[in-house]
Design a protein around this ligand. Structure first.
Ligand SMILES: Cc1cc2nc3c(=O)[nH]c(=O)nc-3n(C[C@H](O)[C@H](O)[C@H](O)COP(=O)(O)O)c2cc1C
Length: 164
């Protein structure tokens, strides 16, 4: 199901277009504002097999700027920031759908166009030998890593043709 376009924030923001893996597109707005990862908190979400959000903890809801009702039932790519390369998510999906644990740095887009960086660990939830969904637990990334990954993802995106 295609996501609705994002509402333009009140302040200055850059309009960007995202093309998702399934070919659908969405207009999003980004600002330069970074929300620092809150100290001492874990941000947790769960998805079904298709990446639809089925659970979001309080920290996840708060940081995203959405209400829980706006998040549950939506594809996780509602948080995709246009600066994120497709290759990162391709790797995530290939890893977890093969039953393995994925670690990576992710820049997420908030409802108001701000962003926050996380160090994510995504795992498959296995019941009776079958994968029934996925869980991601995030931790605070170091400033040095955020800077390194900003440069790395810029290179990856350029290699992907610069398209979000
Ligand atoms: C457990 C889990 C957690 C995810 N968390 C995020 C996330 O925080 N931010 C994000 O942009 N994508 C996240 N994804 C990946 C999205 O499902 C999606 O692949 C990504 O946003 C790119 O969109 P696209 O694959 O439709 O192009 C997560 C996927 C899984 C399975």
């Amino acid at each position: 199901m295609p996501l609705a376009d994002m509402q333009a924030p009140a302040g200055p923001a850059e309009q960007r277009q995202i093309t998702y893996n399934d070919g659908s597109t969405r207009t999003v707005y980004v600002t330069d504002h970074e929300i620092p990862y809150p100290d001492g908190r874990l941000i947790i979400s769960r998805t079904d097999l298709n990446g639809i959000i089925t659970h979001a903890n309080e920290a996840f809801v708060e940081l995203s700027g959405y209400t829980r009702e706006e998040l549950i039932g939506q594809p996780h790519c509602i948080l995709r920031h246009p600066d994120m390369p497709k290759a990162a998510f391709k790797d995530l999906w290939a890893t977890v759908s093969a039953g393995k644990k994925w670690h990576g740095y992710v820049k997420n887009l908030c409802k108001d166009g701000s962003h926050y960086w996380v160090y994510a660990t995504a795992v498959p939830n296995v019941r009776g030998g079958k994968i029934v969904g996925y869980t991601s637990v995030r931790r605070k990334p170091s400033r040095r890593k955020i800077e390194e990954m900003t440069a790395t993802y810029k290179e990856w995106r350029a290699a992907e043709g610069g398209q979000a």
